[in-house]
Design a protein around this ligand. Structure first.
Ligand code: GDP
Length: 424
């Protein structure tokens, strides 16, 4: 049985918390895309953790956590995160890494930074974790799969070929120091030694796990609107954020993915540049940002203040649809308890025409939000365990949004901790 936990919008919906919670009943948790460029914040009995590459099942000793072939594998970062959770009292997590995962190298970060510098005021707002240069190299077929780190002669030769073009770019486009062949070779060999204990044939491993009836969770990073095909291209990430890609990035048969749990946040937030129709500004935004998430809406990787907005039915319905959602986990609802009235974006006005369908980026940039204002509930709902015990206006908010999403909200999250959950 394979389930995917993915995001509906721009990311930071609380996927980490939902995966950590669902991991209690899982055997394997797999990261299938992205890299260390975004973070999941998890609060549990061991404390508060910002994970970037470690799968969110890392706190459950019954779980094997896999870095799938679709991930940008930053080896020192992964080792650092493992040692960090262990140093904070978490039992050493069971980690395996696909031999087909590709390796993020130091120059990917540099190229990310240099390109943003070159773009200057047109930059993408990259986290500079090297993700875009990494995936460009992967699809230009000049990336390095993990197994290549162990084949010395081949590695030597390949580095020579790759550096030919990299150094031309460094010299003529970016005017930066060149990369030394022997130094890069040494780095690759060191990376190889670091990762060796974790490396497996993931195709075989997953095949056996499915045959044995294991429960597998696929953990997505970011959300639908950052998907390079269906998101707000080009202000997207560089690997697919969709559950469908989970089949590729983890190596599971597509028909085995039986449940797609899309995490949807009770209001909107976004990091990085790009269209954000229901964005709010000024004091209204500052207050929501300050009260949002667990201790404020600031990026888990960069610490940057997140852009804030009201709930967007158009974007979220579309986000759920492209994921193929079977159930929604509706999160961070407790944060809205301070508001008298809560605006919800129900349509986009594009050149005087109102639409409920999420448009392509050109039109999206012109869209103005059409709001419906719902009454607030003005109470703290943390600690409530049963759906019926939620205030009426709060249930009305959930049910209004459920109708707009056109998929059932089966999980409601009313606080950052594992146990702050209401099952419907
Ligand atoms: P992810 O990348 O989707 O896992 O999301 P992040 O971890 O970046 O952001 C979610 C933030 O909201 C984290 O700080 C979580 O601890 C917090 N969080 C998750 N669910 C809830 C919730 O129901 N209520 C509150 N107040 N915070 C939550």
């Amino acid at each position: 049985m394979v389930k995917a936990v993915v995001g509906a919008c721009w990311g930071d919906e609380g996927k980490g918390k939902i995966t950590d919670m669902l991991a209690a009943d899982a055997d394997i948790v797999i990261r299938f895309q992205g890299g260390a460029n975004a973070g999941h914040t998890i609060v549990n009995e061991y404390g508060k953790f910002a994970l970037h590459l470690l799968p969110s099942g890392s706190f459950n000793s019954n779980v094997t956590n896999m870095i799938g072939n679709g991930v940008a594998l930053d080896i020192p970062q992964l080792i650092h995160e493992i040692e960090d959770v262990v140093s904070k009292g978490v039992p050493r997590p069971n980690i395996v890494v696909s031999e087909r995962a590709q390796v993020l190298l130091p120059y990917h970060r540099l190229f990310d930074q240099y390109e943003e510098e070159r773009l200057s005021d047109r930059q993408f707002g990259s986290t500079k974790s090297g993700i875009a240069p990494f995936f460009s190299d992967k699809f230009s077929k000049i990336g390095f799969q993990v197994w290549e780190l162990f084949e010395e002669d081949r590695l030597m030769e390949k580095i020579k070929n790759v550096l030919e073009v990299k150094n031309l770019m460094l010299e003529h486009i970016y005017h930066k120091p060149l990369i030394d062949h022997d130094e890069l070779y040494k780095t690759c060999r060191e990376y190889g030694e670091m990762i060796k204990p974790y490396v497996i044939d993931s195709v075989q491993y997953i095949h056996n796990a499915i045959k044995e009836g294991k429960t597998i969770l696929l953990e997505g990073q970011l959300g639908s609107l950052k998907d390079p095909d269906f998101g707000i291209y080009p202000m997207t990430t560089s690997s697919s954020t969709l559950a469908g890609y989970g089949a590729v990035g983890a190596g599971v048969p597509p028909y085995e993915i039986k449940e797609i749990i899309t995490v949807v946040k009770a209001y909107s937030s976004a990091v990085g540049a790009g269209a954000f129709v229901s964005e709010i500004f000024g004091d209204e935004a500052d207050e929501l940002r300050r009260r949002g998430g667990d201790g404020g809406e600031y990026g888990a990787t960069t610490g940057r203040p997140r852009r804030m907005g009201w709930f967007d039915c158009v974007a979220s319905r579309y986000g759920c649809r492209v994921q193929g959602t079977t159930a929604v986990a509706f999160t961070v609802l407790d944060v809205l308890g301070y508001l008298d009235e809560i605006p919800v974006c129900i349509g986009y006005d594009v050149d005087g025409e109102v639409t409920r369908d999420f448009p392509t980026t050109g039109k999206l940039e012109k869209a103005k939000p059409v709001y419906k204002v719902l009454p607030g509930w003005k109470t703290d709902i943390r600690g409530i365990k049963k759906y019926e015990d939620l205030p009426e206006n709060c249930r009305n908010y959930i049910e209004f949004i459920e109708k707009e999403l056109e998929v059932p909200i089966k999980i409601v999250s009313n606080g950052p901790a594992r146990e702050d959950i209401i099952m419907r």
